[in-house]
Structures are given as C-alpha cells and as structure tokens.
Design a protein around this ligand. Structure first.
Ligand code: ATP
Ligand code: F6P
Ligand code: MG
Length: 328
C-alpha cells in the first residue's frame, strides 16, 4: 500500500486531548484541499476506525475551530485497537472508505498503535505530536504544551496571591505522568521555591532544606510545583511528610488536573499545529511513512516514529540550574 497514489487521507486525534489539536486538524483538511485530495475525519481516535464512524471534511467544515481547545473529532483511549481483532476491523473500514493513508494526531501511545497497524496492514501514516506533556522525542515542542504552561502559570499566580496573604506553603500538582517538562517550565515561570519532577531524584529532606533556607532569609510563603509522575508518593504524601517535620507550616494542596488540558490554544500552539498539519499531508504525498512531523530549531523535521516513541527528550540541566539559583 505504501506506494499507492494517495487520493484520500484519514485524520484522527487520539490519547489525551490537547489545545491546538483542532488547529492541526484544520491544517490537514485544508492542505488536502490545496493538494486536491480528499480528507476524512475519523471520530473518537481509533474507535472511529473500528466502528466506521467517519465524516468527509472540506475546508469550510473546519472553520472557526483554530481558536478552540479540545478536539472537534473527539478522542479516545481505545482498548479494542490494542487487539489484533480490533485492528483487523479498523483495516476493513479503512478499505471500505477508500482511505489511502492516515495522519495520527496524538502522543507516543497513539504513534505506537499506528506503527503496529502499519506493520500488520502496510497503511502509510505520519504522526503529529499532540500532547500537553511535551514528552516526545523529535520535536522541541508538542502541540498543547505551550497552552498548558500558560494555564498553569495563570493558576499559580492566583494561588500566589492567597498564599502570600495567609503566609502559607502551597503544594501544586501539575500534569505529566511520566515527564516533568510542564512542572519545570511552569515552576520557573511562576517563581516556585522548589520543583519536583520524575526525571530527578528528590527527597523530602532536600525540599524541607529549601523551604527552611528561604524562611531564614525572610520568606513567609512558598509555592512548590510537583509533577504528577514525581516519585515521592504524590502531592498529598509529600505535603503530609513536610507537615510532620514542620507542624508550624500552614500547608495547602492544589491539584490543577484537567484544567490544564482545556482552553483556547496560544498563538505558539496554533502556529505549530498549522505547520505540522500541513507537513504531515505533504510528507504522505511525498510517499513518506512511519515518521513524525516535528519542529526543531524552528524548522519542520521528520523523525522515524520508532525514535519518536522510544527516545526521550532529556530535561535541560540549565533549566534545573536556573530554578535552583532563583529559589535562593
Ligand atoms: N501497543 C499498542 N498497540 C495498539 N494500540 C495502542 C498501543 N499503545 C497505544 N495504542 C492506542 O493509542 C491510544 C492512545 O495511547 P495513550 O493512551 O498512551 O495516549 P497518547 O497517544 O500517548 O497521548 P497522551 O499520553 O498525551 O494522553 C490507546 O488508547 C490505544 O488505542
Ligand atoms: O485524561 P486522563 O485519561 O485521565 O489522562 C491524564 C493524563 O493525560 C495527560 O494529560 C496527557 O498525557 C497526562 O499529563 C495525564 O497524566
Ligand atoms: Mg503518552
């Protein structure tokens, strides 16, 4: 199937939604029109392939969505697609709808699914990294990450107001079950006293030392940003352990949760999504497959999907240093 002339591209969004997925969808649909091929939107991620839930899309069908969070196509974490039978059904529906290739907008799991599907049925695909976590190798930024960061700092700025008024210590949990990019960058931008991420070995003792150090120099309230995937047992457990060592601290915990996944995408996410959506279509028309379109040093690049899935962007040590120096 790889060398078939592509006349119709199917596009889906899969995994956790991310602000900017709609802008990517819009770009895919309009690029298809520009290159005079058809596009079809597959609903609910891989579920829509399995259950033949798809809609033909033209340029006007994706109007007024560039500014909207969520995903017009809906998304899902499809258990059935993890099975051979589920993927067989997906392939049959793909043939039935004359779809020649796929654009998969999602995260590492979605790319893994597409890769297995390709190995089994030789369906060409290109991945577009849409996840707030920024945990995908081969791109400096994933779609949704910048918006999520801005949502976090807006929330933490508000928490700072009340923390300061009451002389409190706030522990704020942000998303990132495996990655600390949101925590590290939002923590720096919101002036956190400490930032705990899964990629770093932290301890409650070090955290207490940091809080005590700032207290000694006159600090009356603090914000600690903690990534969801941090290894010390979760934000409530960390707060409990700090409270045990410092009964005098007035501690509060805030879990920002799914608020981080919503909202109108930032300019950066809209532009990124627009560029990558077009690149994915152009790549497929150029008979590229099993690649992810990403952005590196502000240039569109393609990375083998295996690398995008298996390799990891390292946490930038310079950012750790910045966070440490500024929390003096
Ligand atoms: N090994 C696999 N085989 C088949 N399908 C898979 C596999 N891994 C993931 N998928 C499919 O991809 C979907 C999305 O994967 P996952 O839930 O890991 O999210 P993601 O794409 O990594 O996005 P995010 O991490 O941002 O939420 C899964 O629900 C499943 O349908
Ligand atoms: O919406 P769900 O299925 O609870 O998933 C939450 C997870 O999805 C993400 O938002 C994106 O991968 C993670 O940061 C978070 O751990
Ligand atoms: Mg993932």
């Amino acid at each position: 199937m790889t060398k078939t002339t592509i006349k119709k591209i199917g596009v889906l969004t899969s995994g956790g939604d991310a602000p900017g997925m709609n802008a990517a969808l819009r770009a895919v649909v309009r690029a298809c029109k520009y290159y005079e091929i058809a596009s079809i939107g597959i609903m609910h991620g891989y579920e829509g392939l399995i259950h033949d839930d798809m809609i033909e899309l033209g340029p006007r069908d994706v109007k007024n969505i560039i500014n909207q969070g969520g995903t017009f196509l809906k998304t899902a974490r499809s258990e059935e697609f993890r099975t051979k039978e589920g993927r067989q059904k997906a392939y049959e529906n793909l043939k039935k709808n004359d779809i020649d290739a796929l654009v998969v907008i999602g995260g590492d799991g979605s790319f893994t699914g597409a890769n297995i599907f390709h190995q089994e049925f030789d369906v060409p695909f290109i991945g577009v990294p849409g996840t707030i976590d920024n945990d995908i190798f081969g791109t400096d930024y994933t779609i949704g990450y910048d918006t999520a960061l801005n949502t976090v700092i807006e929330a933490v700025d508000k928490l700072r107001d009340t923390a300061t008024s009451h002389n409190r210590v706030f522990f704020v949990e942000v998303m990132g079950r495996d990655a600390g990019f949101i925590a590290l960058n939002s923590g720096i931008a919101s002036g956190a006293q400490d930032i705990l991420i899964p990629e770093q070995k932290d301890s409650v003792e070090d955290l207490c030392n940091s809080l005590e150090r700032s207290e000694e120099t006159g600090k009356k309230s603090s914000i600690v940003v903690i990534a969801e995937g941090e290894q010390l047992g979760g934000v409530y457990e960390i707060a409990k352990q700090v409270q045990a060592r410092h009964p005098e601290y007035d501690i509060r915990v805030t879990v920002l949760g799914h608020i981080q996944r919503g909202g109108s995408p930032t300019c950066q996410d809209r532009v990124l999504a627009s560029r990558l959506g077009i690149a994915a279509v152009e790549g497929l028309l150029d008979h590229k497959t099993n690649l992810m379109a990403g952005i590196r040093s502000n240039k569109v690049v393609f990375t083998p999907i295996d690398e995008a899935i298996k390799k990891h962007n390292e946490i930038d040590e310079e950012l750790i240093k910045v966070a440490n120096i500024l929390s003096i």
